[in-house]
Design a protein around this ligand. Structure first.
Ligand SMILES: Cc1cc2nc3c(=O)[nH]c(=O)nc-3n(C[C@H](O)[C@H](O)[C@H](O)COP(=O)(O)O)c2cc1C
Length: 205
């Protein structure tokens, strides 16, 4: 018997970094098609469409309609608004400091923050991909509160040790590590230990 599908919510907020969300959804969609072992739903904050339009172009709702189930911002009838529906994991990418603050203080004022609250109370997987620069003490304290509650803080900080050359590769260093946190296998990033990564020209001591 196949394992039960894993149900994953992807939340998108109005922080810079919509291309990370776009790429994560592309990879999850192809996983649904190739393996059929996950179910993916999307929820947006009110600011997400504005930032997506600036950074990816077009209307995010048009881009995702028909590909993923979506609910209105205050539609608390969505299944993942309740712990009993058994959604296993949520990723918030990119995650604004406003959303971090609201989740850290238990303010479930939208479907997105409610879904995050459910993940925390049910001790399920919540991965946030925060983006801000620099981080104030308020941001850091709110992120610390989330980390203490078991949330994975997965900063939108690309790595370059895999001989990253293009923007797409840089995006994949963040998206790939996010997929790792969901326990989903992939090959979109080069890992430390891969032969062509660790082969460097070293000075002879
Ligand atoms: C183009 C643009 C980029 C933004 N980038 C960030 C960002 O990187 N981080 C952040 O915390 N807020 C950023 N903001 C501000 C948030 O959109 C704003 O605080 C909003 O209230 C967040 O609400 P939400 O978390 O419900 O989406 C940005 C806004 C715009 C218009």
């Amino acid at each position: 018997m196949n394992p039960a599908p894993r149900k994953i919510v992807v939340g998108i907020t109005g922080a810079s970094g919509a291309p990370y969300a776009k790429r994560l959804l592309e990879v999850l969609e192809s996983r649904v098609e190739s393996h059929g072992d996950i179910e993916v739903a999307v929820c947006l904050s009110s600011t997400a469409p504005e930032v997506w339009a600036l950074e990816c172009g077009g209307d995010v709702r048009d881009a995702l309609r028909g590909r993923f189930p979506m609910w209105g911002m205050r539609d608390y009838t969505a299944p993942f608004a309740s712990g009993s529906a058994g959604w296993n994991a949520m990723v918030i990418v990119p995650c604004s400091m406003s959303t971090v603050a609201r989740i850290a203080h238990g303010i479930s004022d939208t479907l997105l923050t409610r879904a995050a609250d459910v993940m925390i109370k049910e001790r399920r997987t919540l991965v946030v991909v925060p983006r801000e620069m620099p981080l104030s003490i308020i941001h850091l304290e709110n992120l610390t509160a989330l980390a203490r509650a078991g949330v994975v803080i997965q900063p939108a900080m690309p790595s370059f040790y895999g001989k990253t050359k293009t923007l797409a590769q840089a995006i994949d260093t963040v998206v790939g590590r996010t997929l790792d946190q969901l326990g989903l296998s992939h090959s979109i990033l080069k890992r430390w230990g891969d032969k062509d990564v660790t082969d460097t020209e070293r000075e002879t001591p």
